[in-house]
Design a protein around this ligand. Structure first.
Ligand code: NAI
Length: 346
């Protein structure tokens, strides 16, 4: 196939649990059909890994990401109110994957609450409330620390503005609650303002988080890029996923200076796990971001075109987007499209 490199890409693969193995299997099959050569290093994480290795993140998994600098990850269930710490948060911190990149864009042909949305969410991925510093001061009183640093806030603001410049985006809004958290959110804003000065061609604005949620639902088109702290970014990305058809669609990438982990915004969806009904589109779109990251742009374009055609023709879509196909049938349709003469050798 033309324009496909002859390089073999070694990728750490974390299928995860819940719907993770189903959507990961679908995406791996589709990626293999592109002709790009992959060598997958597969690892369990979370409860499944603990059962096998008595470790939630096995050392071999850490070593694999350290070596490959690249991972494709399905969702991993995190126990609520106790149990082991989030695998996602741990990996993001360990490899300093400080930028969580989440593009929110409609797929053609899919009727949604808002047509023509094209938003980019940049979420700080290592700080805020997610540092996991919680303790009981006295019985009945718990403190949870939110950590915001100049270094962390400046580097995520730079990431956002540099992305905007490179991709010709027009506007960035920093989202905050600095009217209440004057010091922490205040520092986040201060750093964003300083960085903004170096990018005069990009309009910089600030909105308070609660107002932002209302503004987004009233008129998402007023925003171009959102720059958020960790917790706000987590919440707002699920909200924005609803604009374009839900969590089955929205991709994500965790990016650091040395490594990147590609994963969907959604979680392990235990309510639909094991039923062959999960939509693999979100992880597939994350894998398109991965293909671009590893300089396989031609393959990324072909997968993107095949995906858009599938949605335009409303062929083999899963039930969350109004279809009747299962996860496997969706993957089969994507593979058939990639192997058809129209998309095979573009
Ligand atoms: P969730 O994202 O798993 O599910 C929310 C809703 O969206 C459910 O109704 C689910 O059926 C639906 N949904 C999600 N992905 C879908 C897909 N691909 N196709 C069709 N429908 C889909 O959120 P929830 O239920 O709050 O979290 C479940 C678990 O996942 C928790 O343990 C949470 O900690 C974990 N989680 C893991 C993440 C990760 O590994 N990156 C991210 C978010 C949550």
């Amino acid at each position: 196939m033309s324009n496909t490199s002859q390089k073999t890409h070694t990728v750490t693969l974390i299928p995860g649990d819940g719907i993770g193995p189903e959507v990961t299997d679908a995406v791996v099959r589709i990626l293999e059909a592109t002709g790009v050569r992959f060598n997958w290093e597969r690892y369990a994480a979370g409860a499944e890994a603990f059962e096998k290795h008595q470790e939630y993140i096995p050392k071999d998994l850490y070593d694999s990401i350290e070596r490959n600098k690249l991972a494709l990850k399905g969702p991993v269930t995190t126990p609520i109110g106790g149990g082991f710490p989030s695998i996602n948060v741990t990996l993001r911190k360990k490899f300093e994957l400080y930028a969580n990149f989440r593009p929110i864009k409609n797929l053609p042909g899919l009727e949604t609450r808002y047509p023509g949305v094209d938003l980019v969410i940049i979420r700080e991925n290592t700080e805020g409330e997610y540092v996991g510093l919680e303790h009981e001061v006295v019985p009945g009183v718990v403190e949870s620390l939110k950590v915001i640093t100049r270094k962390g806030s400046t580097r995520i603001a730079k990431f956002a503005f540099e992305y905007a410049r490179k991709h010709k985006r027009k506007k960035i809004h920093a989202i905050h609650k600095a009217n209440i958290m004057k010091m922490s959110d205040g520092l986040f804003l201060k750093c964003a303002r300083e960085v903004a000065k170096g990018f005069p061609e990009i309009t910089y604005g600030e909105h308070i988080i609660d107002n932002t949620c209302m503004q987004l639902v009233m008129n998402p088109y007023q925003y171009d890029m959102l720059l958020l702290e960790n917790l706000y970014g987590d919440i707002v990305s699920d909200l924005c996923a609803a604009f374009v058809g839900g969590l089955g669609l929205v991709p994500g990438a965790n990016i650091g200076d040395d490594a990147a982990i590609f994963e969907a915004v959604h979680g392990s969806a235990p309510d639909i796990a094991g039923k062959d009904i999960a939509n693999p589109t979100a992880l597939l779109q994350s894998s398109i971001l991965m293909l671009r990251h590893i300089d396989e742009a031609a393959a990324a374009d072909r997968v993107q075109t095949a995906l858009e055609n599938l949605y335009k023709e409303r062929k083999s879509l899963t039930r969350d987007v109004g279809g009747t196909a299962g996860t496997k049938a969706f993957a089969d349709a994507m593979i058939a499209a990639l192997e058809s003469p129209v998309t095979a050798s573009k």
